[in-house]
Each structure stands twice: as C-alpha cells, then as structure tokens.
Design a protein around this ligand. Structure first.
Ligand SMILES: *Cc1c(COP(=O)(O)O)cnc(C)c1O
Length: 405
C-alpha cells in the first residue's frame, strides 16, 4: 500500500506540473523525484534529453549558427512544457522561448526558467503588470497597443521591451504589413516601447513564402530608413528552417523540428537532417488472450480472426494521443518486435495481434510511439496513417506523467 500511495503521489505531482497547476514547491520536487513507471500499467511519456540535444544541433547546423527561439507552445508539442523547457534552457544555442498562451509564459517563469520568454499572443490589459513583473516579453500588433503596455511601463519605470508581430499574408495575427509603418512609428515615438524585434509567420506555400519575406523585409528597410530600428528579425518556423535559408534572418523560431518531427516532407527532409523523435508513448500490456477462428476484436468487429491467434491489450488509446487511424497501418513495439494494431483504437485501449505464438506477457512494456524502430516513429506514423505529425505530438495527453530519460 505504501508503494502504491507513493507512486500515486509522485504521479499526481508530475501531472500537476505538466498541466502547470502545481504550486512551485511541487514542481521543484519533480526532478529529484520522478514518477516511477516500474509500478504502473497506465501509459506514461518519456522525454529523451539526448534527442533534444541532437535536434537542437541539427537546427543549428541547418541555419548556420542562428540563435534559436524555441517554440514550446501547446505543452511543448506534447513533451510537457516544464520538462522540455528545462532541458532546452540548458543549451546555449537556445536563446529563449516562445509561447502562444499567456498561462504557459507564467508557467515557464514559475518553473524557474530565466531565459527570455516571448508571448506571441494578445493579453488582457489587466494582466500586463504581471507580465512585466515576470519579465515576459509581449508581442504587439493591435491599434490599442500603447494602452495595453501602459501598466507595464508603470512596473518597469522604463519603456517596455517588446516585439512587433507583422501580418505578411497569413491573415491570422499581426498588424497588416501595408499599414505597419505609421503604427510602428507611433510606438517608437511614444517613449513607452523599446522595440526588441519584429517577426512574422509563413503560410508554407513556397512561392507565396517568398512574397511574404519580401513584404517583411520591405517594412524593415523602410523603418530603418525612417530611423526606426526594429531589432531582431525572425520568421522561420521548422518548415523554413529546412526549405527557405533566405528566411533564417537574425534568429529562427522552430518548434516541431526540435522535438523530432519533420514539418512537411519526412522522406525528403530526413536527407537534409536526421532528426530524432524525443518522446515515447509507453504502457504495459494488461491482457494477453488467444482467439479462436471467428472471434472478433473491439468495437465494430472490424477484425475477425481467420485462424487461432494471440492478441494483446494495451491500456492506452486515442485519449492518450494514439491515433484512431493507426488500425491496420501502424505497429506497436513490445520487446524487440513490432506488432500490428487491429480492431479499433478506443479511448483507453489499443489491441495488437501477436500471432500464432504467445510472445507477449502481461506486464511487458509496449511503446506505441517513439524513436526505437522506424515502425513506431511519428514520422513514419504520419505517412502511414495520414495523421499530421503535429497532431501526433501535440495530442499526447497532457495529464500523463512525463519522465525525463
Ligand atoms: C507554432 C509556431 C511556430 C513553430 O512552428 P513549427 O512548424 O512547429 O516549427 C513558429 N511561429 C509561430 C508564430 C507559431 O505559431
């Protein structure tokens, strides 16, 4: 009972840390006291430090030494915000962090991250003073930007270091490039803002990306002619890191590539840089059963055994981030063999066909996604299942414990 209780407590701490709800005392306890996967059948997620280091090095090489603003939005693409950021912060190549949700920015500071944190989102004026107190750098793009930063100037007693977000054709966020100049001038002349940088995002449509970059650089050039220094210019997410060297500018801003996913074309991009998948989705086998000919498997009876065969059940399903479309296409690694997924992936269960021999036992560790063999690598899964590699990472259940290995 004692062990189970301890395990439960450790797990709850990891869960709370992963979802940024924990008081800082619990988060501080995490590294020394990780959850103990030895005691669990329930799924867990491993995050591999060395794979993160290797991917940072590859991005650095592809971008000939540009500083990296690491995008850790959406729970660091499933790795766990704090888990991933603590590792990434230890690399000198990582200049800072970018997030899209305000809560993530605060969570990074609460976890003790001291590198620059850049919030690529709108924030309410009521949160502005807190952002300043936590040294979180806002991005500005709205017509009321000066009013928004007012409480920050009060806290800092100085102009607010900020970046401007330019819309060069995404029509998603940012100030439209064709009316950016007078707006930037008004920020600069107000004395309330100290411009640290300007950035944009690409549509990832190759021809239009070139047009977008032209628009961006034209604004920067005009600004500079008018005596407005925009600071660090950055535009390249993972796709442009691979495909568009002219867009690497002063800094690059990748997410996916750092975590081991190829942004567009895994077969081609693998030749440019070998990335390593940084996560493993694991669970222990909870049931092994021999089917008779004619026995069916799971909802819809999608699979019917033609001859006697062994099947194994894993207690992880689509609610944990394993895609429904894995059925009939993907495999799961148990021991040193990859077994095909059959039947249907349900919310909390996945079933694999073991075959004529019982080569799997209850309690065996199964890896549903990870770097160990090509069959379970998310870059393979995305090709086989048609599920975006971004979804494969980002849909990993944030409540599962993250274990750094
Ligand atoms: C998500 C995001 C990125 C990173 O994109 P990847 O394709 O994961 O590298 C960069 N910039 C912005 C504005 C984003 O929203």
């Amino acid at each position: 009972m004692t062990i189970l209780r301890r395990t439960f407590l450790r797990t709850s701490m990891a869960v709370a840390a992963a979802t940024s709800l924990a008081p800082s005392t619990l988060q501080a306890a995490l590294p020394a006291d990780p959850p103990a996967p030895d005691y669990r059948f329930d799924p867990w997620i491993e995050v591999e430090r060395e794979a993160l280091a290797a991917n940072v090095a590859e991005v650095r090489r592809l971008t000939t030494g540009r500083p990296i603003l690491a995008v850790v939005k959406n729970n660091a693409y499933g790795l766990g915000l704090v888990t991933a950021a603590r590792v990434l912060a230890s690399f000198p190549e990582v200049a800072g962090f970018a997030v899209v949700k305000m809560e993530s920015a605060f969570a990074l500071r609460e976890a003790g991250i001291t590198k620059p944190v850049h919030l690529m989102a709108l924030f309410p004026r009521s949160a502005a003073a807190d952002l300043a107190r936590h040294d979180i750098q806002p991005c500005l793009y709205s017509d009321d930007a000066l009013d928004l930063v007012e409480p920050m100037t009060q806290v800092l007693g100085a102009p607010v270091p900020a970046q401007v977000y330019l819309d060069t054709g995404m029509s998603r966020m940012g100030v439209p490039y064709h009316r950016a100049l007078p707006w930037i001038a008004s920020l600069a002349q107000s004395g309330k803002v100290s411009l640290q940088g300007a950035f944009m995002g690409f549509t990832e449509e190759p021809d239009f990306d070139r047009e977008q970059l032209k628009r961006f650089l034209a604004v920067a050039e005009q600004a500079s002619k008018n005596g407005l220094a925009l600071g660090t210019l950055h535009a390249a997410s993972s796709s442009a890191v691979f495909e568009f060297p002219e867009a690497h500018l002063n800094m690059v801003r990748p997410g996916m590539a750092l975590y081991g996913g190829y942004p567009n074309d895994p077969l081609k991009q693998r030749n440019a840089a070998p990335l390593r998948c940084t996560v493993r989705l694991k669970a222990r086998v909870v049931r092994v059963q021999r089917l008779r000919a004619g026995d069916s498997v799971s909802y819809g009876r999608n699979y019917v055994a033609r001859q006697p065969t062994w099947v194994a059940t894993l207690p992880a399903g689509h609610t944990d981030g394993y895609p429904r479309r894995a059925v009939g296409k993907a495999r799961v690694l148990i021991g040193d063999r990859a077994y095909p997924v059959i039947g249907a992936v349900s919310a909390s269960h996945t079933i694999v066909e073991v075959g004529a021999e019982q080569t799997v036992r209850v309690g065996d560790v199964a890896t549903l996604m990870g770097p160990d063999v090509p069959e379970i690598d998310p870059n393979t899964l995305t090709v086989e299942t048609g599920v975006s590699v971004y979804d494969l990472f980002m849909h990993l259940n944030p409540t599962l414990p993250r274990v750094l290995v």
